[in-house]
Design a protein around this ligand. Structure first.
Ligand SMILES: [Zn+2]
Length: 100
């Protein structure tokens, strides 16, 4: 699948062991600003998510998955690491149309 066929906003995509993907996108709150306020990695198989907020700590479904950081490059690296780790281990079948 090419980048042109990815869901809107997805900037990176990691295939999982089970055939789903972990999608990386920038966290936008358009009511506030056009600038991203963080990074989100979302698995299209099991719906696990990692949200890296530039102004808060990193959270996976209520549990911390990284250290607090305000540096966007550091937040992106942490979320990308989570996405790659999750993609390597998640064996959930892909959900048709993806999980939203
Ligand atoms: Zn998963």
């Amino acid at each position: 699948m090419t980048a042109a066929m990815w869901p809107a906003g997805v900037v990176a995509r990691y295939p999982t062991a089970g055939g789903a993907t972990v999608d990386l996108s920038m966290y936008l709150v358009v009511e506030l600003s056009d600038d991203p306020i963080g990074v989100i990695a979302a698995c299209t198989g099991c719906a696990a998510r990692c949200v890296g907020h530039y102004y808060r700590s990193l959270v996976v479904e209520g549990a911390p998955c990284g250290t607090e950081s305000r540096e966007p490059a550091v937040v992106l690296a942490e979320v990308r690491d989570w996405a790659q780790d999750h993609a390597a281990t998640c064996e959930t079948d892909p959900v048709p149309g993806g999980v939203r």
